[in-house]
Write a protein that binds this ligand. Sequence first.
Ligand code: SF4
Ligand code: SF4
Length: 667
Amino acid sequence: MNIVCDDPGKRVLLLGNEAFARGAVEAGVQLCSAYPGTPSTEITETLAGVAKESGIYVEWSTNEVVAFEVAAGAAIVGGRALFACKNAGFNVVMDMLMTLPYTGVRGGMVIVVADDPGAWYSSNEQDTRIMGFYAELPVFEPRDQQEAKDMTREAFELSEALELPVIIRSCTRLSHASGDVVLGGIRRERNEPAFDKHWKVPYRWNVYGPPGPVAKHQWQKNKMPSMVEYSDETPFNRLDVAGGNRNVGIITSGMASNYTQEALERLGVENEVHLMVLGMPYPIPPQKVKTLLGSCRSVLCIEEGEPLIERQVHQIANEMGCPVKVVGKLEGNMIPPVDELNPDTVLGAVAEYLGEQVPRTDEPAEGLRSELKELVCARSSSWCPGCPHLGSFWALKKALPADKVNIINTGIGCYEMSGYGIAAVPIDAQDTVGSKRWRASSPYEMTDTLYIMGSETGLSQGQYHVGYRDGKIVSVLGDSSFYHTNMPAIVNAVYNKAEQLILVLDNFWTCMTGHQPNPSTGITATNEEVPVINIEEICRAFGVKFVKSVDPYDLDATEEAMKEALSHKGGPAVIVTRRLCALQRLRELRRAREKAPLFEVNDKCTGCRQCLYLGCPAIGFDKDKTNAVGAKGVAFIDPLQCVGCGLCDQKEVCRFDAHDKVQEGTF
Ligand code: SF4
Ligand code: SF4
């Protein structure tokens, strides 16, 4: 389906993120800027795919705050702008998020943030609605794909009416699921960019300018009554008053409202409970809530994330002097305070609240679940066969002094898998004293610290400056995270002479989120060719004295370069390991109708298992087969997975020359 098709009334199947993009198209969006982040990426990708034909400017920015500022700049001169990011990415925006509302915007500015309750793809499960409360901005929370589209369109109107950015909170289950959407018409008018330097308020666009930030904050505060009034009027906030004499209510929002509705139906009480579904969890509609509270003896709040609605309901109940009991996460311990909600959790909570029995789980579903458990093999994530990171981490493992307690600080990207294989070891008090050596055997066991994108080089500096000398200090980052937030930290390392090895794994793409281009790729979001912004040149310009680039498929050269860098004194040393992402290389070969090479293990294999520690998922081990030294156990290569990168064929990995290239080609 073409996301810009002008066919109002047509029913189509859209991914949640496509629905947000369609809503923006219907609203006549003029600019979209974002940094990739699961589960939000497809919003921008969808718009990038139609950017040229629809005249929308779309860009992947170098990080979230730059993207946010690009969108804000467009909205300040009156354009309609969409900014999208994931939950954690929104933290990068905080400084500007807290300041922009003091001046507001002229064109509609809509912020879509895809949260990740349960932290499926993220390092935390923060709730973006809280940021809306903190920044005093209205927040929408759609419950399905239709609302995702409709609310995005509506958010542009509200933003222009209030002259404030508007936030839409999505989540994994909405962004990454598909649903029916009835299309609306497309707004064809475009806001003409214009800039009146003293538009309405003198020095409006200069927060420090007269009458100063406090007066501008007051200007924003004065918008709150309109926000509240809107919340009471919008049909996205709905109250269904039930019959019967239970006198109980439920307030819910977003995905949680779907689980709630299902729970009420399964319990057969959908006509006996007053149900309020909030499409706008901040600010909640006070009059509607008062109506509900006035007809209940208790109210259960069911929401995903923090108890934002529950707190607001408590406040309204207190103001009313209403004796109604409000329960949820804060009180009553009815809803789990962490993790993603699901239909079963909500069913249990609703049943307990209403004093009903949870209906028996139907047996076939339970049976299927245990059958699946048997079939699915439990394992951690792995790199792709032939991933250049395999070579980088193999060489790093060899280059680091084995008798030292080296620290490897990593950030967010495919290289974070270098920390996925560590088995959890319980820590007792003694374990926190002194450095302990624990040698990684595979590349999946190497990372020691992992928090957020851009933290790696800074953490290394703190470790160095506080006097950590029990081993080497290494920062591992990717090309995209180099441009994202590591550049200022590298300048800081040079400025403050922090010794560390900075390993930049450049594979030309932002891979973990599905291969978006970045300044290392040579193209933009809309496929326009641009010059590559060279990482080594940037580092040299920053004053890094040791800068080298190597091919991570050359294990010997990579190890040697790393050893040299690890002995560099007086400041950071940078090694760029550069090789195209294996998946992208496969795509190149497919486009050229060429085959990838293929390797096989030959009968010289001694079963030493050394190649298994490379971590390539194409390599396996047959315990029952007799090997070259007459013992049991021999390595094998899965021909369906092998891409012929040749890493396992190198003497650094297999000293028995036990590999044959059985299909020619260049990888
Ligand atoms: S292929 Fe080589 S490295 Fe792998 S188990 Fe056989 S002999 Fe050892
Ligand atoms: S050549 Fe070896 S390391 Fe490369 S993909 Fe094939 S099995 Fe994996």
